[in-house]
Structures are given as structure tokens and as C-alpha cells.
Design a protein around this ligand. Sequence first.
Ligand code: ATP
Ligand code: MG
Length: 562
Amino acid sequence: MDADIKKGHFIESIITEDINNNKNQGKVVTRFPPEPNGYLHIGHAKSICLNFNMAGKFNGRCNLRFDDSNPTKEKQVYIDSIKSTVNWLGFDYGTPLFASDYFDRLHDFAVQLIKKGKAYVCSLTADDIREYRGTLTEPGKNSPYRDRSVQENLDLFGRMKAGEFGEGEHTLRAKIDMTSPNINLRDPIIYRVKKASHPRTGDQWCIYPMYDFTHCLSDALEGITHSLCSLEFQDHRPLYDWILDELETPCHPQQIEFARMNITFTVLSKRKLQRLVEENHVQGWDDPRLPTLEGMKRRGYTPSAIRQFCDIIGVSKKDSRIDMGLLESCLRDDLNETAPRVMGVLKPLKVTIENYPQDRTEELVAKNHPQKQEMGTRTITFSREIYVEQDDFMEAPPKKFFRLGPGREVRLRYAYLVTCKQVIKDPDGKVTELICTYDPATKGGNAPDGRKVKGTIHWVNAADAIDARVNLYDRLFKDENPEQNKQDFIENLNPDSLETLASCKLEKSLGEAAPETVYQFERLGYFCLDSAHQGSTDILGDHPVFNRTVTLRDAWAKLKKK
Ligand code: ATP
Ligand code: MG
């Protein structure tokens, strides 16, 4: 196989060939065209990366264009969120563009079609239009209004625009072929009456162009060369081309389809995500369990991990479902390089070091990254009372348990070797405190006599630790394909997708954490401050809330192997 072709994906090959043939004078202009009727999700990231990367690679331009021709579903909050999300992902689109800015020109194009005898005002009801359309196996029938004169059509369309008719009374339809095997070509509606206020044009219009009419013409008006869209638009391509062939437009962009992204254990459709939010299965559009980019951002996903993921999965013509583990491993790889290390205890167990002076506090130096010296060091404090993780103690530990147990010695990260002398329990037999001794000669963690201590555990100083709540997130769905096996995907929700730990103790430096700065809590995973609770003191008292971004290892991969 030709090495060059193997390297890039099929869209890259098409564009390369076009440039070699000097098509579009060698220019490349792409666009990302969201409808502002919801928040972006990781599937959109694939389209964003593809469009911006193709433009970037071939010295072209990529527009961010809002496909905002359906005012009833579109909102300014979505527009704002989409703009900032695309920026957050790391792409520069200059000035955002809006299909609604072309409403005048789209209207003129519709008039042109009428004048050519290629569009007519149809007065069938919605039900009748459906009835006349036929099915996949049966051809449609011509509308009785199909042969209205140009003059009559112009008059009626003008009156539609003037607001003389109610919704559904008349539509403007392209006159193509009611017997076409492609249902999209059976005289599709291109304009309808909609008495709705538009987020940008207000009440200026009461007729709005349909998606198929709007999209190809907006592409053409912007000089788009390659209009990349997902596979479900394949059957719309003949209509895309028909409209551009019939009208005099600045150019005729080439529509190329690619497979949508699907990921295991989640759903990627605005409609389904909306149900999760509206039925309160999650706590909003930016719930850290959702695959919305706002949710992922709040969870601690980095733009570079998302871009890397989109790069790795590539672009193809075949639908597939990508392992969520791959997305998480891209994130781990990124965070392992960049996340500062800190210590935090999620389920605290108090330890008193009985031979450590009561009034003493020591400052110890801790590395912010084990390999990266340039990330520097910080000071942590040590004193007589500390917290360790409950899981790091066992009363009757097996031999291979290298952490704390009665009489056992362990290394406290950056501090000393300590030995467990006594276990204190409450009346129910629950361990509430450990009494330990420390060896003053082992500062930094090494014994001068060379004795071997295998285990190292994390801890925090009780005197200055901050109290925090920590949200542990897991897969939102139990099933790899939530849409399968159950009547309703909601039944596949994982009831344990969120566990909140209410009394965590974190090292003092985390009091200054900013949202979106992800830390590695040593031995536990990656965590970041929850932006929604930043600075809030109401429901949670003064306690900050941290989100677990991702675990250190993939627990699900292990489960699968079993
Ligand atoms: P949804 O089905 O989630 O509502 P959509 O396709 O209706 O998504 P748009 O706002 O129309 O959402 O999408 C903007 C662009 O993003 C389109 O070009 C669309 O093809 C692309 N896109 C949407 N979802 C995915 C996905 N899962 N994988 C790849 N591209 C996607
Ligand atoms: Mg859509």
C-alpha cells in the first residue's frame, strides 16, 4: 500500500488529492456547524478536532458556524457555552458565524427557486404531506398544489413571510421528484411558518428555512471547500447538491461523511443527555459523569487529553463503539505528566505518635512530581497527630500486606518510619485510632541501620489538614452499550455512579487549589476542585468539594479479564 495514503485518514487523502489537482485553487475551508440546541459532548469534539485539524494542516481556515434556523429549540446559553467550549478545546475560530445572518440571502435564494419553477407553496397539512410522501418501498404522489404558477407561488410565499398565515397552513417545497428512491428528494420542505422569536433575529421573521436548505447554502456563502459531516447525512447529499446546482452560489462545497463517535458505557446524543438532566438522573448539564464537554471539564479532563483521544481513534466510514478505557488512558497519560502530586486522605484514621513532642511541628519538603524537578517542591507539616487511610491498616493483616498492622513498621511518605503499638476501638469494635511510635533517626524515610521497610503510605497532618468532601465517580451506565438489552436506556444506569465521601482530610496546600487544576492524590488517583462548589459556603459549610477525575489504574479492564 502507498505509505502516504496509509498515514492519514480517508478525508485527509481526499483533501490532499484536491490540493494536488488545484481544486478550489488549492484552498481548504472547513466549518464546525453546531445547532445551538444543547451543550456539546465528546462526539462533537471529534468533529471539532477533525475540522480544525484539516484546516490547520493545509493552511486553511475553519469557521465556527451556528446552524440556528430552528428558533424554538435554540437558546443563547447554548451559543455561549459552545463558543467557550470550542475555545477551551484549544481552537481559534475568529468571529463566530451564524446561519441566521444569512436569512435575507436564504430568502432570496428561495425566491430564485420559485422563479425557476423549482419550488412551490404547498397547502397540504403536515399529515397529508407525510401521506403523500410514500415510503421506502412505495413512491410518493404529487401534491395537488405542485403546479401552482410562479406568480401565485411568489404571492403566497410573500404572504407567508408577511405573517398572513398560521403555522402549518402553507410550506415552501422544492420541486424535485416524488418518485425518487431517496425520500429526501421527494419535494422536501425548504421553508415553514414559525411564529417564534429567534435568539438573534427576534421577531423579524415568521418563516424559517429548513436545515437542508440552510446548511448547503451557508456552506456555499462561506466558501467552504469540504463540508464534513456525520454519516446520517449521506442520504441528504443528493439534496445538498441539487440545491447548489439549481442556484447560483459562490461555490459548490463537497460534502464528505464520516462515522459518528460512540463510546462504551455512555450515550452521545443531545436528546438522550437532555433526558438524563431533565429527569434528574444527573445534577445538570455539567454533571461530571456526563460526556458533555462542560461535564468533562468540571471533572478535570484536559483539552489535550481529549484532542489526543480524537487523534488516536481516527476517522472512518464505519460506525463503531470506542472503549471508555481508551479515553481514560489518554487522560491518565496526560495527567501523569502534568498533575502536581499532593497527599489527601479520603477515609481518615487518626494516628497519634506517642513519642513525638506535643508542641512540635516540623516542616518537610515534598516533591511536586517524582520525575520532574522543574515542578519544584512544597512544604508540608508533620506533628504528633496525623491521619492515614483506613484501608492502610489491618488488624490481622496477611503476610503480603505491607502497610500498617499491630506491631508493623511502615514509611510515612516524606516523613519517618512509624510502628503501630496500640489499636484503640469504640464499643462496637470499630478501630478509631492508632497509637504509634516514630524513629527520629529515619527522617526522609530511610533507616540508618539499613533495615528494610517495604510499605510507604500517605498521610496528612491533623493540625492543619483541610476538611473536604470528595466525589468518586464511576461509569454512568452498567452496560457497554446502554441502548441495548433494555427497553429504555435509563434502566441501564449504574446506581453507583457517584459516591460522596464527606469527611476527607487534605493537605493544607489544597486550600489554594483552583478548579481545573488536577492533582494526583498520591496512591489514590487524580482529583480537582469542583468548580460548581468553588467558594460556596452554603450547603457544605466551609468545606471545599473535590471531584475524582480518574483512578490511577483501570479497574474496569481488570474486571473484564476475570
Ligand atoms: P446530537 O445527535 O447529539 O444532537 P447533532 O449531530 O444533532 O448531535 P449538531 O449540533 O447538529 O448535533 O452537531 C454539530 C456537528 O457535530 C455535526 O456536524 C455533527 O455531525 C457532529 N457530531 C455530532 N455528534 C457527533 C458524534 N457523536 N461524532 C462525531 N460527530 C458528531
Ligand atoms: Mg442535529
